[in-house]
Design a protein around this ligand. Structure first.
Ligand code: FES
Length: 83
């Protein structure tokens, strides 16, 4: 693993469209602890389910791929209230 630069965060969370939240570290494994059952992951990248279909809650098991596309890709924010 390489050290993060001033512009790179040491830890980042990436929300995959129609998929998991990836918790990723550039410097060391990230401890993701689930307090309700005491489970934890200390991997460099952990995938947390956001679709609710996983059989390994709270971890993504890839089941979201069977559901197909649910959301349109995010559009850039305009900064204007569009209500
Ligand atoms: S996001 Fe992958 S199984 Fe839910």
């Amino acid at each position: 693993m390489s050290a993060p630069t001033d512009r790179e965060p040491a830890v980042e969370v990436v929300l995959c469209p129609d998929g998991p939240a990836l918790v990723r570290s550039k410097v060391s494994p990230v401890d993701v602890v689930i307090p309700t059952d005491g489970s934890a992951s200390t991997r460099p990248v952990s995938a947390l389910c956001r679709c609710g279909r996983t059989g390994r809650d709270p971890w993504c098991d890839g089941t979201h791929k069977l559901a197909g596309r649910r959301r349109r890709p995010a559009e850039p924010a305009t900064g204007k209230d569009e209500t």
